[in-house]
Design a protein around this ligand. Structure first.
Ligand code: GRF
Length: 193
């Protein structure tokens, strides 16, 4: 059985979508892979309870307990590597990772970003897309490199921007697509491994 480790910081809706895909019989039979652990840098992350409710092991590695980014990444790495994961999936994980961490997981580290990259890297993507007058928005699944929100684009989901949209309504529309595209990309990568 191959393992996936998911890193979260918040509500964990993408994580929950990946967990439920991984628990479907078709995914199980075909991919022989499951979510071994969900790790959060915040003990209050809502996603931890969601994962526990699905029977998934959870861990907290609190970044505030470490003096440096390197120390935090080393602790995170130890927790992840205990699971020997085929893929490490960032799902709303709000910490910048050190180059050493990123290169350790080269080819196995994925992220989802709520914009059509390369447009709107960073934060407040939906407000910025509205402000720019975009007619479409979306999300991008990409490999993680040392440069924030860069790296090979693996898939994108596109949604229309509708009259009267606010950052919140647009975010909700994009999120429904994130929940479809992220599990699809993970399944595709596992199939190739
Ligand atoms: C998503 O919009 C994702 O694209 C971004 O952070 C958000 C996480 O949401 N990286 P959730 O925690 O998966 O609900």
């Amino acid at each position: 059985m191959r393992n996936i480790v998911i890193l979260i910081s918040g509500s964990g809706s993408n994580m929950a979508a990946i967990v439920s895909a991984s628990q479907r019989e078709r995914w199980d039979a075909r991919l022989d892979a499951g979510v071994a652990s969900v790790i959060s840098n915040r003990a209050q992350a809502g996603g931890l309870a969601l994962a526990q409710a699905q029977g998934i092991a959870t861990q907290v590695v609190d970044h505030k307990a470490y003096a440096t980014r390197e120390d935090f990444d080393a602790a995170l790495r130890a927790s992840i590597d205990a699971c020997s994961p085929s893929l490490v999936v960032l799902a709303g994980f709000m910490r910048i990772l050190t180059p050493g961490f990123v290169s350790h997981y080269e080819g196995r580290l994925l992220n989802i970003h709520p914009s059509l990259l390369p447009a709107f890297t960073g934060l407040h993507t939906h407000a910025r897309a509205l402000q720019a007058g975009c007619r479409v928005a979306g999300a991008t699944v990409h490999r993680v490199t040392c440069e924030l929100d860069h790296g090979e684009i693996l898939a994108q989901a596109v949604v229309p921007i509708l009259p009267g949209d606010t950052p919140q309504t647009l975010a909700a529309r994009v999120l429904t697509q994130e929940h479809l595209v992220y599990p699809q990309v993970i399944a595709r990568l596992l199939q190739k491994q």
